[in-house]
Design a protein around this ligand. Sequence first.
Ligand SMILES: C[S@@+](CC[C@H](N)C(=O)[O-])C[C@H]1O[C@@H](n2cnc3c(N)ncnc32)[C@H](O)[C@@H]1O
Length: 188
Amino acid sequence: MTRMQAWLFLAQLPVVGALWLPALAQQFGKTENLAPYIPSPQVVVDKMLEAARVKPGELLYDLGSGDGRIVITAAQKFSARAVGVELSPELCRAATARVKSLGLEERVHIIHGNLLKVDLSPADVVTLYLLTTSNDRLRPNLEKYLKPGARVVSNDFQVRGWQASEVVKVNAGGLTHTIYVYEIGRER
Ligand SMILES: C[S@@+](CC[C@H](N)C(=O)[O-])C[C@H]1O[C@@H](n2cnc3c(N)ncnc32)[C@H](O)[C@@H]1O
C-alpha cells in the first residue's frame, strides 16, 4: 500500500471519514482540488520518465506538479522541456524557486492554475499522480488535446477505459508503486 492508498483508506474509515469528509468535500468539490499533495518518491519519478521514453527536447507536462520534482528531473536527467501545473500557490512558489536555483528557467515553467483548464496540445508526455476519479475527469481533455504517439504516465492510478501499453512495478521505501503507461492512438 502506498502513502496515497493509505490516505484514501483512512479517509474512508467512519470516524476519520466523519472528520475528513467536510474537508474533503471542500477540497475535492468546489475548489477543484483533485488530489492531496503526496510527492512521488524520486525512484518512482525516474522510472516514470524512463517508462515514458522521454527524449531530449520533448515537452512534458506534469499535471499537479507539487514541488516540481518531475519537471525538474525531466529537464536535468532527460534534457526535456517541461511545464508543471499546480493549484497550490505555496507549492508553485517553492517549485519556481527551485527551478531558478538550479538555473533551469529556460526549460522548466511552473503554471499556477487548474490542470483541467490547460491546453495540452503541445505535450509529448503527460505525467499524473492524481486519483482514479480525477483521471476520469481529465480523460476527455487528454483525448481532445494529445497527438498520436504522445505518452501518458500515471503513478498508481489508472486511466479507466484505456488499455495500458506497459505496467511497471517499483519499490520505494518498502512500498510498491504501479506505473501505468499509455500511448495515444493505442490506448483504446
Ligand atoms: C499527489 S500530488 C503529485 C505531485 C507530483 N506530481 C509528484 O508526483 O510528486 C498531486 C498534486 O496535484 C495538485 N492538484 C490537485 N488538484 C489540482 C488542480 N485542479 N490543478 C492543479 N494541481 C492540482 C495538488 O496540489 C498536489 O500538489
